[in-house]
Design a binder for this molecule. Structure first.
Ligand code: 5GP
Ligand code: MG
Ligand code: MG
Length: 198
């Protein structure tokens, strides 16, 4: 956001025009997704590796895995494609790699939102190269209207999604604008004057 907008910001909440999903709605839906994922992971012979995409997925991953009663490892990667505005560059890069070895493992990629699909296809190719035997995707939000690249799951991987998101730029529950608003416990749309004019 413009420097003036940051200076004027006294609370993240006051910059929100409209709430799409409240804290209670988010919590209820995360519980449902966790139950579905837990049932699938418990059916597997080996622990899965849950891979969060930093930074956006941090809250969703934390809320999700504490409700999944199955053996699993947690790790993070960083994939960057955004300059800091509201449009993806379309050329994502892995800027921080895994610590956990995923060779021969079932991997569950946890994302904040799937928009064009570029980030996810880059990451899935990367995990496949590392020898993951199957890859599922668990995204908090899905914006199918904006998809440019189909999400190619690997092996018997599944696609889990919290909410279908309308075609607008949203913040909160991990999602940022210029690194701000990730701490909001709900998902909303910013007031139009909050966006940098460029
Ligand atoms: P994709 O590569 O699928 O186009 O974009 C995925 C990434 O773009 C997400 O992980 C997220 O960081 C960012 N992104 C896409 N749509 C939104 C949105 O509505 N709000 C925010 N804050 N980030 C978004
Ligand atoms: Mg993301
Ligand atoms: Mg972002």
């Amino acid at each position: 956001p413009a420097a003036a907008a940051v200076a004027a910001m006294v609370s993240a909440e006051s910059d929100i025009e409209r709430v799409l999903w409240t804290e209670a709605e988010v919590s209820a839906r995360v519980g449902e997704v966790a139950a579905e994922l837990a049932a699938d992971l418990r059916a597997r012979p080996e622990p899965a590796v849950v891979v969060g995409v930093a930074t956006g997925a941090f809250l969703f991953l934390a809320d999700l895995v504490r409700r999944v009663d199955a053996p699993l490892a947690v790790d993070f990667v960083r994939v960057e494609s955004y300059g800091g505005g509201t449009e993806s560059s379309g050329k994502p890069r892995i800027t921080a790699d895994l610590k956990v070895d995923v060779a021969g493992k079932h991997v569950v990629v946890v994302e904040d939102i799937v928009d064009t699909g570029n980030t996810l296809s880059c990451l899935i190719a990367h995990l496949e190269k590392k020898g993951a035997s199957s890859i599922s995707v668990c995204t908090f939000l899905d914006k199918p209207a904006r998809r440019k690249v189909n999400v190619q799951l690997v092996g018997d991987g599944k696609f889990y999604s919290g909410f279908e998101c309308p075609d607008c730029f949203v913040v909160g529950y991990g999602l940022d604008y210029g690194e701000l608003y990730r701490n909001l416990p709900y998902v909303g749309v910013l007031k139009p004057e909050m966006y940098k004019k460029d």
